[in-house]
Write a protein that binds this ligand. Sequence first.
Ligand SMILES: [Zn+2]
Length: 90
Amino acid sequence: MFKILIFGIAAYALYRLFMNDKRKNIEKSENDEAKKVADGILVRDPVCGVYVEKENSFSVRNGDVVEYFCSDDCRQKYIKQVQEQQKIQE
Ligand SMILES: [Zn+2]
């Protein structure tokens, strides 16, 4: 009986430890993301809204603005959208 009690306490302690770590990691990664966005390391894909690292992204220049994308798919979609907008304006 005593052993079961000890085991229960140990398991609970481990559980608490694990949950705290998990929560900390989530907070940390959120802070990291915000910091990276602020530093210009992370950029937002305007098509699907995903954050990507600038270095690993697909980019396209639209006038003076450079847009970054998570994939070539998103880049193609964006280029199509821009071309359609330009057609409407003409
Ligand atoms: Zn995307």
